[in-house]
Every structure is written in structure tokens, then in C-alpha cells.
Write a protein that binds this ligand. Structure first.
Ligand code: RFL
Length: 387
């Protein structure tokens, strides 16, 4: 079995296969140190924690992760908090930064005897219509090579080789540009409040999410086509403070920004998530906006479904799970996409073509329902932590 990519999807899958005695190799373009330094997601759903626990992969998050169950909305009408851990399904998030999760998963995978080839870029997947698909690779010095397996798992993200190698017309691609960009920031500063904060402001959205006692993620809606370096640290802090209404609700704890990236909010789903002997999982299968923190959670869920189905097929000669893999994942993916779209609409002004003043009234009403209606809060809480 050949797995492309050592992110959450590839490593959860590798761990499941390795534990079941299915030999596999993970091919990863980056080096181990690069993976350790790549800061991305942080909010893990209760279902993700259960999956990791089921497969002996949760020690690190139990040691270092922290439970998180409150979010706060700040708007022109004031602020309100939702203790979502006590609403809806009664579940909370565990905050465990993705680079630590990846490190945990790699450590266990290698302890189980799993092979990883760092600095190995998959260039193309060939022969996926047959029973011995081949992955062409190139190492860090540009030397070519090949890996073959019964199946190939494309867990190499949206721009990876797996997606690129699909024959034209093999799958349908659904794509939606939400028309919004965020400057994603990681500040070397403790969280400014004990809740996720979503600030809805006439100048654009701003968000605050705890990561560790020393690091906090912020988001600032920015112009389409902006570059991460367009503003100084001070300009960014001033803008965050303005949109988060720090003068009214308390100052932000400032620090150096150690990571900045511009994220264009897009949704992208392939259907089906497989072609012949190639199966896709994680961002390679579907991309979702970070507005509802679902990407890494979907990646882990899909990896579990794929891993169990592959073990059934390869160890027990039962291919039914593989046949159902795509449809089962797509149920979860579309529900997550629907909620992430709802969040995008809740947090941002409507595009000019959509009658902004009318949409603005709708948005304020939606926030008012969330502030005042218990059933709306229950629905929100269930969607927010669920995958
Ligand atoms: P990854 O993590 O991108 O891993 C793919 C791996 O494949 C490697 N690779 C290749 N290797 C070999 N050959 C090639 N040709 C290759 N091309 C790529 C890459 O080096 C990489 O190591 O994908 P995976 O496993 O599918 O996991 C998906 C998640 O990483 C992603 O959905 C989340 O980070 C999204 N996301 C969040 N998700 C959450 O569930 N909760 C959050 O709080 C959250 N916050 C976020 C996020 C994504 C963000 N960005 C980067 C847009 C915050 C941000 C800022």
C-alpha cells in the first residue's frame, strides 16, 4: 500500500494499516523538521478524539491538549457567549495544534514499524485502472524512482499528485469561491480571552482562537489578492483591536507574528473520492474553509473509514467497505460544507451582487436568533463540534 502525504490523513491511515499488519509506505515531500514546524489546525472534534483513542493514537493529545467549549460573538449589537459544550450534543473541542498531532502520529507509526520516505515528492500515479498502480517519485536531489502497491491513497492535499493524476472526466469537481480572503496569523502571545472570538465588523471579520498558552491564532479578513506582508505587525494588531472592539471588551495581548498566510475561502469537493485503485482522503478529497475548523477533522474521519475498508479488503477479502467509502465520506463532507458556508455568511458582508443592505439585515437577524433562541443554539453547537 502506498500512501502519499504525511499529514493527519496519511498518518492516521498508515497507523491503522500498520496496526493491522498491512505493509505500507508513506511518501512525504517535506522533511521531518518542516512537518514539525507547519502550524495549521488546532480544534479537534470529540469524534476525532474518539477515533484517535480507538486506534491508540491519543496519548499526546491527552497529555497536552486542552478542552475548549465556549465561543463569543462580537457585533455592533454587543457581545454574547455560547457555552457550546453544554448545548446540542454536549461535546467540546480539544485544542491540540496540528503540528503536534502530526508529530504524535509519526512517532507511533514509526514505533509500529511503519516506513516513511521524507523528501520524496510524488510526481504522478499511473496504472490506477489495474491492480498494481505505480507512483513515480523524485527525491530531494531530483533523482527519480517508483513505488508500487495494490492500492494508492492520495493524502497529499489539494495540490498533490493524486488529484493531478486523475484522468480527465474520472471524477466531478464541485467548486465554490466564497469571495472572501483571510490573513491567517499565529502570534507569539497568550490568548486574549478564554473563548474563540468571532468579531463581525463593518471593516471585515476578525477572529481569535487559542492554540497553546504561548501561541494564539488570529484571522483578519483582507482584500482578495493581498500578500501576507502587506501590513506591519503593529498595523495588524491595531486593526484586530478595532474589529474585535478591544476598547469596549478588553485589550488584546500582543506579540510577534511568527506565521502569516493569506487563505482564500474556497470549497472544493471531488465526487467520487476514488478512481480504480486510487483513493483520496483529507484535503486531497475535499477542501473546506477554515471558518468552522473542519478540515483536519474530516481528514481523520476519512482516514479511519478508508483504513478499515482497506484492512477488510486486503486481510479478509471483503471489498464492500471500499465500494462504500466514497459515499460514506461524502455524507459527512457535504454536511460540513453546508455548515461552513453558513458560518461564512454569518461572519462576512455579502458580495456586492447580492444586495448587501438586505443581506446585512438577514445576517443581523441570524445573529439575533443565535443569541436568543435555545433551539438555534443547540443546532449551532451540534454542527460546530460535529463532523
Ligand atoms: P495536509 O495536512 O496538507 O498534508 C498533506 C501532506 O502531503 C504532502 N505532500 C506531498 N507529499 C508527497 N508528494 C507530493 N506531491 C505532495 N504534495 C503534498 C505535504 O507536504 C503534507 O505533509 O493534508 P491532510 O492530511 O489532508 O490534512 C488536512 C488538514 O491539514 C487541513 O484540512 C487543516 O489544516 C484545515 N484547518 C483546520 N482544520 C481543522 O479541523 N481545525 C482547525 O482548527 C483548522 N485550522 C486549517 C486551520 C487550515 C488552515 N490553512 C492552512 C488554510 C487553519 C489554517 C490557517
Amino acid at each position: 500500500m502506498v500512501i502519499l502525504g504525511a499529514g493527519p490523513a496519511g498518518l492516521v491511515l498508515g497507523n491503522l494499516l500498520q496496526a493491522a499488519g498491512v505493509g505500507c509506505v508513506v511518501l512525504e515531500r517535506a522533511g521531518r523538521e518542516q512537518l514539525r514546524a507547519r502550524q495549521r489546525a488546532g480544534f479537534l472534534a470529540a469524534n476525532t478524539v474518539r477515533i484517535l483513542e480507538r486506534h491508540g493514537l491519543a496519548d499526546g493529545l491527552h497529555r497536552r491538549g486542552r478542552t475548549h467549549a465556549t465561543c463569543e460573538f462580537r457585533t455592533e449589537d454587543g457581545r454574547f457567549r455560547l457555552h457550546y459544550g453544554a448545548l446540542g450534543s454536549g461535546e467540546a473541542h480539544t485544542v491540540h495544534p496540528q503540528h503536534l498531532l502530526v508529530d504524535d502520529l509519526l512517532t507511533v507509526y514509526q514505533a509500529r514499524g511503519g516506513q516513511v520516505r521524507f523528501g520524496t515528492e510524488a510526481v504522478a500515479v499511473q496504472g490506477m485502472d489495474g491492480t498494481r498502480p505505480t507512483v513515480t517519485v523524485r527525491d530531494a536531489d531530483g533523482r527519480p524512482g517508483h513505488w508500487r502497491g495494490r492500492y494508492v491513497a492520495g493524502c497529499d492535499g489539494r495540490h498533490g499528485a493524486a488529484r493531478r493524476s486523475l484522468p480527465p472526466g474520472a471524477v466531478r469537481r464541485h467548486h465554490l469561491d466564497h469571495g472572501v480572503s483571510w490573513l491567517g496569523l499565529l502570534a507569539e502571545a497568550p490568548p486574549s480571552l478564554d473563548a474563540v472570538a468571532y468579531a463581525v465588523h463593518g471593516r471585515g471579520f476578525a477572529g481569535h482562537m487559542a492554540r497553546t498558552p504561548e501561541l494564539t491564532r488570529y484571522y483578519l479578513q483582507c482584500e482578495h489578492g493581498s500578500s501576507p506582508g502587506d501590513r506591519t505587525d503593529e498595523q495588524i494588531w491595531d486593526e484586530l483591536a478595532l474589529r474585535m472592539r478591544a476598547a469596549e471588551f478588553g485589550p488584546l495581548r500582543r506579540g510577534r507574528f511568527v506565521d502569516r498566510s493569506v487563505v482564500q475561502l474556497e470549497s472544493d469537493v471531488l465526487e467520487p473520492l476514488c478512481h480504480g485503485a486510487l483513493f483520496l482522503a483529507g484535503d486531497a478529497a475535499s477542501l473546506i474553509t477554515p471558518s468552522a475548523a473542519k478540515g483536519a477533522n474530516l481528514a481523520v474521519l476519512e482516514a479511519e473509514l478508508l483504513g478499515l475498508a482497506l484492512v477488510d479488503d486486503l486481510r479478509h477479502g471483503a471489498p464492500e467497505g471500499l465500494a462504500r467509502y466514497s459515499a460514506r465520506c461524502l455524507d459527512h463532507i457535504w454536511r460540513a460544507q453546508e455548515f461552513s458556508r453558513w458560518m461564512v455568511r454569518l461572519l462576512h458582508a455579502a458580495p456586492a451582487a447580492d444586495d448587501p443592505p438586505f443581506q446585512e439585515r438577514l445576517r443581523r437577524s441570524r445573529l439575533a436568533s443565535l443569541r436568543t433562541s435555545r433551539s438555534c443554539q443547540d443546532w449551532f453547537a451540534e454542527q460546530y463540534v460535529g463532523v
